[in-house]
Every structure is written in C-alpha cells, then in structure tokens.
Design a protein around this ligand. Structure first.
Ligand SMILES: NC(=O)c1ccc[n+]([C@@H]2O[C@H](COP(=O)([O-])OP(=O)(O)OC[C@H]3O[C@@H](n4cnc5c(N)ncnc54)[C@H](OP(=O)(O)O)[C@@H]3O)[C@@H](O)[C@H]2O)c1
Length: 325
C-alpha cells in the first residue's frame, strides 16, 4: 500500500484527517484514519455528534409534516389477502414502508412504536391509503407492551400470519472495547433479545403457513467503524434466523432481510454527510442508496406464498454491496 493523497471531511467539523491509499496489487482505493483502516471515515465521536445534531434538526422539520407525506406506493398484486401482519418499529422509515406494502397487498396490519403520537399519525396515514390497520404503543424491550401488541392483533383479527421484527438501536459510536456495559446491554436487548421475546408471545397465535421476518443489516456482514457492536448484533440475527427456522418449521418460515444503507432517520448520521453518502453509494454495484420501498418489496415477497419454499435465509437488499462473513 502507498499513501497517495490526503482528504478533509466535507462537513466543517474538527474531525481527524484521513488519507487515501491505493493498493499496488489490486489498484483499489481505501481510506485510513489515524492509522486505522476503515470503510467509513466517520467514526470520530465529535464528527458523529456534529452530523447527528444537524440531522435531528432536519428530522424535526420532516416530522412536523407528519408520516403521511410520502405518496402511496404503486402496488399491483394482492398476495396477502386474509393475512394478519404485526410489524414492530413501524411508524416511520423501513417499518412504516413494510406495513404499507403488506397492507396494500391485502393484509390487515398492526403497527407499533414507542410513541402514541407517532402511532396515531401512522395509523391515520395508512387508513387514508385504504389499509386495514390498528396501532399499539410498543417499546420492544418492554414485556407488557410486547404482550399488548400481540393481544391487539389477536383481539382485532383473531390470529397472526406475519411478524416483522424491525426495531433496532445504535446508541453509540464507541469502539467495542470502550463501550459501556449499559450500552452493550441495550444493543443486545433491543436488537436481538426483543425479537426472541416477541416471537415467544406471538408463537401460540401463528397460523400454519405463517412467515417471520427479522430485519438485520448489511452491517451484520461489515461492522464498520461507526457501527461496530450494532453490526455484531445484526450478525447475531443471521444465526437467530437459522435457529428459529428450524424450531418453528414446518408451519412457520423464518427469514431475514439485510438492508443496505437507506436514508432514514436511523441512518441519517451517515447518509446526510456528503462524503460518507458518496462512499456508501460507491460501494454498491447499482450506485445508489436503498429506498424504504426496496426493503418493503423484499418483505412482501418473504411474507407471501411466493416464497413458500424459502426459510432460514437472509436476503441482502443492498444493490450488490459486498456481503460475506
Ligand atoms: N436505514 C438504514 O440504512 C438501515 C440499514 C440496515 C438496517 N436497518 C434496520 O432497519 C430497521 C429500521 O430502521 P429505519 O432506518 O427504518 O429507522 P427509522 O426510520 O429511524 O425508524 C425507526 C422506527 O422505529 C421506532 N422505534 C425506535 N426505537 C424503538 C423501540 N425501542 N421499540 C419500538 N419502536 C422503536 C420509531 O418510532 P418511535 O420513535 O415512535 O419509537 C420509528 O418508527 C432497523 O432494524 C435498522 O437496524 C436500517
């Protein structure tokens, strides 16, 4: 490797300088910060908080327009008529798009998230698009609220056919060896354990032919610098998918989606930074970020009988971004 030049961060923040390197053997470019080889140039905490603060200002503006701002998806098939779907963390972003897509394909949908106001707005927006939907407040690491979510589905619709476990947290950009135990616990609780506990509650109500979908991440394959332990919890979901598929088959299929980078609130600290955004786009063969609709259509396929011989698998929806453990 030889160092051929220096770049500065595009954002006006006092972050570290990074250098561009080109491999003499392959000719591939990579970036290095403070001597550490990285995919993403943004793991420095000050950079993270600078980007995050800007992002949250933008999101407040977006949120004040409500969850109904996005036009309805153009969906032509009705593969999920008569089915009932429960989707966690579904009042915005990928979860909301999945709920909408499942609903437009004919499923009755139970949406949820931590805040009543967000649930109410999302229910209203989905109803306006002709979807049969009810909402429940459910912080996925709260046992009573998980039970309430499942009870809401059963009380309103009698059974469950589809569970999409979508909630996740990435509360820190600390390196793994510096991460506080409380943060490690939170990552494990929300990103992994809550899916297991939710499915323990849901299992007695799942019908024959039902489908469970866990939402992992491309970071489960490549736990980048800003996504270290978060990435590891997403790797755990690949194993959980296989183990649960064995336990829950043959009546229930269990699959996983590993989204690439999608410009949502969750990923905003990465996707709103031009340098990082361009680098993420560059990594994909299709040369773009993902959309929430890309994830929703993969979920609808896995939820439907079109995937009836597929279980224990992870579908990577990342435009060809490298994904290998
Ligand atoms: N965006 C990406 O680039 C990307 C890439 C790979 C994987 N993913 C995965 O996709 C999933 C969704 O991410 P997103 O980008 O769509 O996020 P998002 O747009 O920020 O939406 C997050 C949703 O989750 C709810 N929520 C947050 N914490 C929750 C909790 N503890 N319990 C229940 N609901 C909660 C939020 O509503 P409230 O605030 O009302 O709770 C909101 O509805 C996550 O599993 C994430 O790891 C995202």
């Amino acid at each position: 490797m030889k160092i051929v030049g220096d770049i500065q961060f595009a954002t006006p923040c006092p972050g570290p300088r990074s250098s561009v390197q080109i491999s003499e053997r392959t000719g591939r470019r990579s970036k290095r910060i403070c001597g550490t080889p990285l995919y993403l140039p943004c793991f420095h905490r000050r950079v993270f908080s600078h980007i995050n603060a800007r992002f949250h200002r933008e999101q407040t503006a977006v949120r004040s327009k409500g969850n109904t701002a996005r036009p309805a998806m153009d969906v032509k098939c009705r593969r999920l008529e008569g089915k009932v779907a429960v989707v966690t963390a579904s009042t915005q972003g990928i979860g909301l798009a999945i709920a909408e897509r499942l609903g437009l394909e004919g499923a009755a949908v139970v949406i949820s998230s931590r805040k009543q106001k967000n649930v109410d707005e999302a229910v209203e927006g989905l109803r306006a698009k002709g979807i049969t939907v009810v909402g429940a407040v459910c912080h996925v690491s709260n046992a009573e609220q998980r039970k309430h979510l499942i009870d809401t589905a059963v009380k309103n619709f009698g059974h469950i056919d589809i569970v999409v476990s979508n909630a996740a947290a990435n509360p820190s950009v600390d390196s793994i060896l510096e991460m506080k135990e409380s943060v490690l616990d939170k990552l494990w609780d929300i990103n992994v354990k809550a899916s297991i506990l939710l499915l323990q509650d849901a299992a007695p109500h799942l019908r024959k032919g039902s489908s469970v979908i866990l939402i992992s991440s491309i970071a489960g394959y490549n736990p980048d610098a800003a996504l270290t332990m978060y990435g590891v919890t997403k790797t755990a979901l690949f194993g959980l998918t296989k183990a649960l598929a064995t336990e829950m088959g043959p009546n229930t299929r269990v699959n996983c989606i590993a989204p690439g980078f999608v410009p949502t609130r969750f990923a905003g600290f990465l996707t709103t930074n031009e340098t990082i955004r361009n680098e993420l786009i560059e990594r994909s063969i299709l040369k773009r970020l993902g959309s929430v609709e890309d994830m929703a259509s993969a979920a609808a396929f896995l939820a439907s009988d079109d995937s009836s011989f597929i279980t224990a698998e992870t579908i990577v929806v990342a435009g060809g971004t490298q994904s290998r453990l």
